[in-house]
Design a protein around this ligand. Structure first.
Ligand SMILES: N[C@@H](CCC(=O)N[C@@H](CS)C(=O)NCC(=O)O)C(=O)O
Length: 235
C-alpha cells in the first residue's frame, strides 16, 4: 500500500484496489499520476482474492473508495472520474469541451481491447471457453492454437488498429491533441503489454511497421510523472 501525494491537490482520500498487475486498473492509476491526484494504490495478493471477492460490488476488481465510502466498481467510471479531478486540478485529461473527441478515442481503444481479449485469454483461460476441450490445456495442440490465434491478431487486427491510431496521431502528439487525455491513459497500458515480450508469439517489435505509434508510446512514457511512476511502481 503506497500513498502518493502532491502538495495543494485534491483533499479527497482516494483508495484504488486491484491486483498487483497493470490489467484494468493501470489506466486509472496513470490518470491519477498525470493529474497530480494523490491516491492509495492498494494491491491485493491473488491468494487473498477468494475471500475478498464476495465483498466487492460485482465480484471483480478494481474497486475505488472515496473518503472511506462504500467502494464503487468499473474501471472506466474511475478513469473518467480521475480525468475530471485532474482537469479540475489544471491537468486537462478530460475537459468537458473535448468530451466527444476523447470518448471517440476511448471507444477506439475499447475496440482494440475487445479484439485482444481472445488472443491473450486463450493462453491462460480454460480452453473450453473458446470451444476446445479443457483437456488440451498445456499440450502441443493448445500451444499451436494459441500461436495461430495470436498470429492472426498480429496479421489482421493489430495493423488495422495501429493504422487508425497512426492516422489520429498525424500532426498531433497525443490522441486528442497537444496533451494527454484519459484516452491516452487507456491506450498506453495496452500498447505496453503488447510489446512487453511477455506474451508468447507477440514480438517486442510488433509496432515496427507503425513508427507514429512507437514515437507516441515513447513520448508518453517520457512524461516526467510517468517516469517517476514506473521508477517507483511495480510491476
Ligand atoms: N468491467 C470491469 C471488469 C473488471 C474485471 O474484469 N476484473 C477482473 C480482473 S481484470 C477480475 O476481477 N477478475 C477476478 C474475478 O472475476 O474473480 C472493469 O472495467 O472494472
Amino acid at each position: 500500500r503506497r500513498v502518493f501525494s502532491v502538495a495543494g491537490c485534491s483533499m479527497k482520500s482516494i483508495s484504488l484496489t486491484y491486483f498487483n498487475i497493470q490489467g484494468a486498473a493501470e489506466k486509472v492509476r496513470l490518470a491519477f499520476v498525470l493529474g497530480g491526484i494523490p491516491f492509495s494504490d492498494v494491491r491485493v495478493p491473488f491468494d487473498q482474492w477468494p475471500s475478498m471477492k464476495p465483498t466487492t460490488p460485482y465480484g471483480q476488481l478494481p474497486t475505488m473508495s472515496i473518503d472511506g465510502a462504500e467502494p464503487i466498481a468499473q474501471s472506466d467510471a474511475m478513469l473518467r472520474y480521475a480525468g475530471q479531478l485532474a482537469t479540475d486540478n489544471g491537468v486537462p485529461l478530460y475537459p468537458p469541451d473535448q468530451m466527444l473527441d476523447i470518448e471517440e478515442a476511448r471507444g477506439l481503444v475499447s475496440d482494440l481491447e475487445r479484439e485482444w481479449r481472445v488472443p491473450v485469454g486463450i493462453g491462460f483461460q480454460d480452453p473450453a471457453i473458446f470451444g476446445h476441450s479443457s483437456n488440451i490445456k498445456g499440450t502441443a495442440e493448445h500451444k499451436a492454437i494459441i500461436q495461430a490465434v495470436r498470429e492472426k491478431f498480429l496479421a489482421e487486427e493489430l495493423p488495422k488498429y495501429m493504422g487508425f491510431f497512426s492516422k489520429r496521431l498525424s500532426g498531433k502528439p497525443y490522441l486528442c491533441g497537444d496533451s494527454p487525455t484519459i484516452a491516452d491513459c487507456a491506450l498506453v497500458p495496452v500498447l505496453n503489454r503488447l510489446c512487453s515480450g511477455g506474451v508468447e508469439f507477440v514480438p517486442v517489435d510488433c509496432f515496427s511497421a507503425h513508427p507514429e505509434v512507437v514515437a507516441y508510446l515513447a513520448r508518453f512514457m517520457e512524461l516526467p510523472a510517468i517516469q517517476t511512476w514506473y521508477k517507483d511502481s511495480a510491476p
